[in-house]
Design a protein. Structure first.
Length: 215
């Protein structure tokens, strides 16, 4: 299935250029099966001709890869953020008897993550790292109600830098970009499952602690 998706993405990027990069990036940010790194890597291979000067390559890398990717990620992340923002509280309130987590604790987390500049730096770094799932970042920021203005600015510029670097790697690597994307995709899946495991472990721990206290 992934191979057919990759072939489809190739045709979109080859035929539609920056507009295709923008469109598939939005889909990737919302739908997890598409490896996140493959879009800028592929764009670097298909859209940056080797005949151009290095200055032209840098300019095209920004205009037709980094910008479309960062705008697409910002739009897709906003949708996930909104889902977490409006759906997080009802879900937490309904499941608090099971998990032992109430909305006041989430407010406490919100106050911690919005205090100082360290969390802004951490969010920027997470956006730079290709193996960290963007869906998880956006959903978490929405649930804890991280200030949207900061969220979208950091998301845009972090994604811009990451997409530019990956686009340059795709340009240099040639057809080997698929191997790079495959390695990054594997690590991304591992990180995603680690996050799910830690979340499940935490919820199970809270559940058994609350159950023992009730007894």
């Amino acid at each position: 299935m992934i191979d057919s998706i990759v072939v489809y993405i190739q045709s979109i990027i080859s035929n539609y250029g920056a507009l295709g990069v923008f469109g598939v990036t939005i889909i990737e940010e919302i739908i997890a099966p598409i490896p996140s790194a493959i879009i800028p890597l592929m764009a670097g291979f298909f859209l940056l001709p080797s005949t151009m000067s290095f200055a032209e390559i840098l300019l095209r890398g920004i205009l037709i890869i980094a910008l479309p990717v960062s705008i697409g990620i910002s739009i897709g992340s906003t949708l996930v953020y909104i889902l977490g923002f409006f759906g997080g509280k009802p879900a937490i309130e309904k499941s608090k008897k099971l998990t032992g987590i109430n909305w006041q604790e989430i407010i406490g987390i919100e106050e911690k993550v919005t205090r100082g500049n360290r969390d802004e730096i951490a969010l920027f770094i997470l956006r730079l790292i290709p193996i960290v799932p963007g869906f998880a970042i956006s959903g978490f920021c929405g649930v804890v109600r991280y200030p949207f203005q900061k969220f979208i600015i950091i998301t845009f510029f972090g994604s811009l830098v990451r997409a530019f670097i990956l686009g340059m790697i795709g340009w240099q690597a040639g057809e080997l970009y698929v191997n790079y994307a495959d390695i990054i995709s594997r690590f991304e899946k591992i990180i995603f499952f680690i996050i799910l495991f830690l979340l499940f472990t935490f919820l199970a721990y809270r559940y058994f602690i609350k159950k023992s206290q009730n007894k």
